[in-house]
Design a protein around this ligand. Sequence first.
Ligand code: ACO
Length: 326
Amino acid sequence: MNYANIIGTGTYVPEKIVDNHMLSELVETSDEWIRTRTGIKERRISTGENTSDLALKASEAALENAGMSPEDLDMIILSTLTPDYFTPATACLVQRRLGAENAAAFDISAACSGFLYGLDVADSFIRAGKAKNILVVSSEVMSKVIDWEDRNTCVLFGDGAGAVVLKASAEHGIINTVTGSKGDIEGNLVSKSRNVVNPFMEIPETGDNYLSMNGKEIFKFATRIMRKALKDVLGGTGIELSEVKYIVPHQANDRMFEYVAGKMKFDKEKFYVNLERFGNTSSASIPIALDEMAKKGLLSKGDKLIFVGFGGGLTWGAALVEWQLD
Ligand code: ACO
């Protein structure tokens, strides 16, 4: 049997740190409001680097960490909601710049759940024996789609990229994955593509392309769906939540983790949280957190981990993983 094992992780975040006080000079907000409502203190913001630039650096770091050369990759899966272009796929730009000449490359659009969708697809290719070495990279320049005059959203997000290298192995790495969706026709979390305007239209569509969000609805959805995803990913595996060392959640809001831990009656410390320094980096948040945990030496061979997330689409997902690195 082929299992997908994580053999390397990498991160890249822009250098520019924007703290809550700096945002309070742009919009009517305060460090106190942002910290108490979300847990965020600062975030990284691109001063010119695009999504493929961040992705490339995170990918190089992950490959180096894995001890793998780019030519050995069979596939590059990149998740983003902020691609450089409609086409080519951002994954293809990374493939060329890495020199991963033997890799197929494509993007996944599942907003903040993109990393989990990417892992799910990569795991399926490896289990089916159709690929051996896959790079899953999640990269977001959220600052491109944020309305910097909207205090409801501009305080929440940050830019960054995280990557993992997966390798086919006889050892159990990814044990189980789940993904799901519920089309958001209500428009609770939307970032529009360029409006359709052509010479044949009678009334050109107007409006902006910024990200808009109904925070309360997303909060309710997220806390419900995280609980479901956690139960579903453990279901049928024979593994109990008590055996899981860390849950690595999509880093959206610290209050969500408190709520979910309370409802499911486990210690909130089981959630690994680093959003105070990076904000919500959408699909990049889980691999950024995972890389940090690995570099801090928090993970040992045999540890059980769950990655869980939710986001625009609406989408959600979870992965139950046995860590195989020493
Ligand atoms: N500073 C000060 N006041 C603010 C700010 C701000 N940055 N933002 C909103 N407010 C005000 C609102 O205008 C409102 O004022 P009003 O009562 O006069 O109308 C008041 O604060 C309360 O606003 P709420 O929306 O009720 O605040 P809430 O406690 O719900 O917190 C938050 C808002 C943090 C957005 C929360 O709802 C949340 O975290 N939701 C989930 C968001 C999320 O996870 N999004 C990402 C998921 S998907 C993805 O990652 C792409």
